[in-house]
Design a binder for this molecule. Structure first.
Ligand code: ADP
Ligand code: MG
Length: 260
């Protein structure tokens, strides 16, 4: 059964879109079939990050009953399925949550996971992905403002199960909050730590994903580790992996197989 997972955060700009797209590709490296849906209607960036700008059908046209959800599913060269959004917050009015969840489960029935790239916080826009998901993953930076609101999550009524927090953009500085401190404060496990990596910025400026441009970058390896955790497989970066990455440098998604 497909798992619908909301990638959300307390604060904006912490790396949700980056995590949703790179983690999606990393999960595919472990043989999982993944779709990412842009549910951030005010700042819909997923298409931008993937280098695709113009879409005949989007999540919005589906919400307006102008197209089928199937028509808004596009395939990125990495094999990742994506549903882009356009910038129309008014399309959120009158969305039938129950029927939308049913449609998602139906359209993506043969997928392993659908990742929802959410708006930050717990406002109206962020509530849609939250209400249609089975589980949530929070993205946070190692700073107090990005963590405080996550602690409020447990007070939301009927909230889906929280898998945990992906701590993004760590620099290894003493002043940063540690994973232990964050867990103590939010009562959620930290399921992955993605370091600050200029390859992420470089690749996003060239409309590509760090994980497809440089599989052996610090951030890419960390994305593969989180993907392994979520897939329930053991993953170790071997010297051969690193060498293969060094020589090929590009697009060899099938090279990664779960280590036994
Ligand atoms: P959100 O979706 O939460 O608003 P984004 O994914 O758009 O955040 O990321 C915000 C900015 O941070 C982008 O410019 C992105 O390239 C950058 N970024 C995200 N994660 C990293 C990282 N691990 N290392 C370096 N830059 C990062
Ligand atoms: Mg975003």
């Amino acid at each position: 059964m497909v798992r619908i997972i909301d990638i959300c955060s307390g604060k904006g700009g912490v790396g949700k879109t980056t995590v949703a797209a790179n983690l999606g590709v990393a999960l595919q490296g472990f043989g999982r079939k993944i779709a990412v849906i842009d549910c951030n209607l005010t700042t819909a960036h997923l298409g931008l990050y993937l280098g695709i700008y113009s879409f005949p059908a989007t999540l919005n046209s589906f919400l307006r009953n102008e197209s089928k959800l199937e028509d808004a599913v596009y395939t990125h060269p990495s094999g990742l399925s994506i549903v882009p959004a356009s910038l129309q917050l008014k399309d959120l009015v009158n969305v039938d949550i129950t029927s939308m969840k049913k449609t998602l489960k139906h359209v993506f029935y043969d997928y392993d996971m659908v990742l929802l790239d959410s708006a930050p916080g717990f406002g109206r826009e962020a509530m849609l992905p939250l209400r249609i998901s089975d589980e949530v993953i929070f993205v946070a930076n190692p700073s107090i403002p990005s963590v405080v609101d996550i602690a409020k999550y447990s007070q939301l009524p009927e909230s889906p199960e929280a898998i945990g927090i992906i701590l993004n953009r760590t620099k290894g500085k003493k002043y940063e909050l540690t994973a232990e401190e964050i867990t103590q404060f939010t009562e959620m496990p930290v399921i992955g730590i993605i370091p600050e990596d200029e390859n992420v910025l470089k690749s996003s400026n060239s409309r590509e994903l760090a994980i497809t441009v440089k599989q052996n970058s610090k951030a890419s390896r960390a994305f593969f580790e989180v993907a392994a955790t979520l897939s329930g497989v053991e993953y170790k970066v071997t010297i051969m992996d690193r060498l293969a990455g060094f020589f090929s440098r590009k697009k060899d998604y099938n090279r990664l197989t779960p280590s036994k």
